[in-house]
Design a protein around this ligand. Sequence first.
Ligand code: SAM
Length: 241
Amino acid sequence: YFVEPHSFTENELTIVGDDVHHIVNVMRAREGEEIIVSDGAGRSARAKLVSLSAKEVRAEVMEMLQEERELPIRVTIGQGLPKGEKLEWILQKGTELGAYSFFPFSSERTIVKLDAKKEAKKLERWRKIVKEAAEQSHRAVLPELLSPVSFREILQAGQSYTHCAIAYEKEGSTTIHQVLEEMTAGDSLLVLVGPEGGFSPEEVAQAESKGFLTVSLGPRILRTETASQYVLACASYQFER
Ligand code: SAM
């Protein structure tokens, strides 16, 4: 299963880049074998391999596939940059659970610091993780991983979503279930999850002043890497049961 071919028409498609190595050398595929390919934007097809070389793989489209694998609402995980390799886990599992995109940000209590060079390298690795997870889950949509921004910038970006929430462990808040119950197919949700140390009360107030709703993710305090998965599982329960 491969996401993002180089070209994809109703009749044929071409795959270039790292996937060629995987198909030719790892899978050791031969002409005549069938693969499933998606353009990463919602179209998938069953295709028969026509030619394989070290640089490109060409396949004939046999059938366009109509399987519905995407959540009816678009959930963007605004993730406060966590320490170590936690973001890799969040991206992989979040892709499996149907996230539409990921938007990392740094805030007051962020510990990791990424300079431009480190960030570019990390982004490349993170996007590869998302792509592989999308392939593994047979997603027809490749989740977008946006470049990390500041807390102020992510609040600004909230304008492009129909629903914005900030996850904050405060008793009596609206629950994520209540937010999801109000949403309908085609809506988009940006939910902000704090880094290990959480959000400061000032940050929560700033988010609320920009129209973000403070939401609870239940009675237990979740680790930062669990919080986003909880939101996605709740969305699946709301829209896919
Ligand atoms: N600062 C908190 C503390 O030390 O008790 C914990 C922060 S928690 C590890 C990381 C993030 O997960 C929080 O900023 C919040 O966005 C989210 N989170 C975890 N559990 C939550 C809950 N029960 N309700 C709402 N948000 C939660």
